[in-house]
Ligand binder design. Structure first.
Ligand SMILES: [Zn+2]
Length: 178
């Protein structure tokens, strides 16, 4: 395994995963994952702070509107992710791909790599595969949790020019204004 990975090119993991996205993980693919750790795009934790200030003015206003609307309905809403630079978006997509490739491996050879990927996985709390190009990067989207779950969140969001427009990505709100 180690002889093979020694001759793979720089940054092989993303290339191999994107080529093989619809194929089952192989030992070779997992070996290339091991080669690239720690994640090249990883940075200090502050890089991943929730960044509301760099969302567009319209999106910030829409968020304030929604927080007020949820509050008036007796609930609360908290943002879990807002503006993301492209490097951040690339990083969390990378984490998603690597975790999918390794999460079901239980052999000893993968244990250390799996633990490293799991640390990143747990840090980012991903619930949906990050898009290659995202409205988070254009400052027009945020992710949020709210309570109670019985709120009609879509009605409140629509009243603030926001829409949960990505099927299955339940925490993702996009600004629908100009
Ligand atoms: Zn989102």
């Amino acid at each position: 395994m180690h002889v093979v990975v020694a001759v793979t090119p720089a940054h092989p993991a993303r290339r191999s995963l994107s080529k093989r996205r619809n194929q089952p993980a192989t030992w070779f693919q997992l070996a290339t994952v091991r080669l690239t750790f720690p994640l090249s795009l990883d940075g200090p934790l502050s890089t991943f702070a929730i960044d509301i200030a760099n969302m567009t003015q319209g999106t910030r206003n829409a968020l304030t509107c929604l927080q007020n609307a949820v509050g008036a309905a007796g609930g609360s809403l908290s943002v879990t992710s807002a503006y993301r630079p492209q490097s951040y978006q690339d990083h969390i997509r990378d984490v998603w791909d690597k975790w999918q490739a390794i999460k079901d491996r239980n052999d000893a050879a993968c244990a250390q790599t799996k633990a490293q990927v799991q640390t990143e996985w747990n840090r980012h709390g991903l619930t949906f595969q990050p898009a290659a190009v995202s409205n988070h990067t254009s400052g027009r989207a945020f992710d949020a949790n709210w309570s109670p779950g019985t709120l009609n969140i879509d009605q409140l969001a629509n009243g603030c020019s926001l829409s949960r427009s990505v099927p299955g990505d339940d925490v993702h709100f996009e600004y629908t204004g100009t």
